[in-house]
Design a protein around this ligand. Structure first.
Ligand SMILES: [Zn+2]
Length: 199
């Protein structure tokens, strides 16, 4: 079972500075990070001028790191899809990635694959939102980094008012990872419940 809001809060406060703040995550250094500090006040960054779209990872399938994903991270798969966890635990209690086995982007899915994606996405959200201490499971496809479709399922803790909405993604980078055992238990629970649909 994932930690309760009280357990997460106590653990994070023990790791934070005297004001209760965690260090800035690396995303604050990214070019695409839209916020800046100007004269001591929060400000937006100027919009960068137009530029050609940068190539994404895996434009050539032979170079795709998702095609050769670490099978130890996969918690469920069938003949077309797999569900895996991140290489390392992160700030949210559970982050999962659904991806096709074949080197396909979102708009490459035929109707059968699209239909199966929809069914799987609903099942995964329903299962994760049914886990104790999980308030919501956000799901999103972005795809600006890699061509091989990878859909995010990001579970947030119930009862932590800071960690809500699209900012849960930022908190995933800000908060220190929780203990391994509850994470492993939840991964096993999702795998077992998702596999139960296969029979
Ligand atoms: Zn690929």
């Amino acid at each position: 079972m994932a930690e309760s809001a009280e357990q997460v809060h106590a653990r994070v406060m023990a790791a934070a500075d005297e004001q209760g703040r965690m260090p800035l995550p690396s995303v604050a250094e990214w070019d695409i990070f839209p916020w800046d500090v100007v004269d001591g006040a929060l400000a937006t960054k100027p919009l960068a001028p137009p530029a050609p779209e940068a190539p994404r990872e895996g434009e050539d399938a032979a170079d795709c790191r998702i095609c050769t994903t670490d099978s130890a991270r996969v918690i469920w798969s069938n003949e077309r899809w797999r569900l895996k966890h991140l290489a390392e635990r992160s700030g949210l209690p559970l982050v999962l990635i659904l991806e096709p086995l074949e080197h396909l982007d979102f708009d490459d899915l035929d109707d059968a694959m699209a239909a199966e994606y929809g069914v799987l996405a609903v099942r995964i959200v329903r299962i994760v939102e049914g886990l104790p201490n999980i308030g919501r499971c956000h799901t999103m496809r972005v795809g600006d980094g890699a061509t091989h479709l990878h859909v995010w399922f990001m579970a947030r803790t119930a009862g932590l008012p800071s960690v809500k909405g699209s900012f849960a993604v930022d908190w995933d980078d800000i908060l220190p990872p929780g203990p391994e055992e509850p994470w492993r238990e939840d991964l096993a629970a999702v795998a077992q419940q998702l596999a139960a649909f296969d029979v």
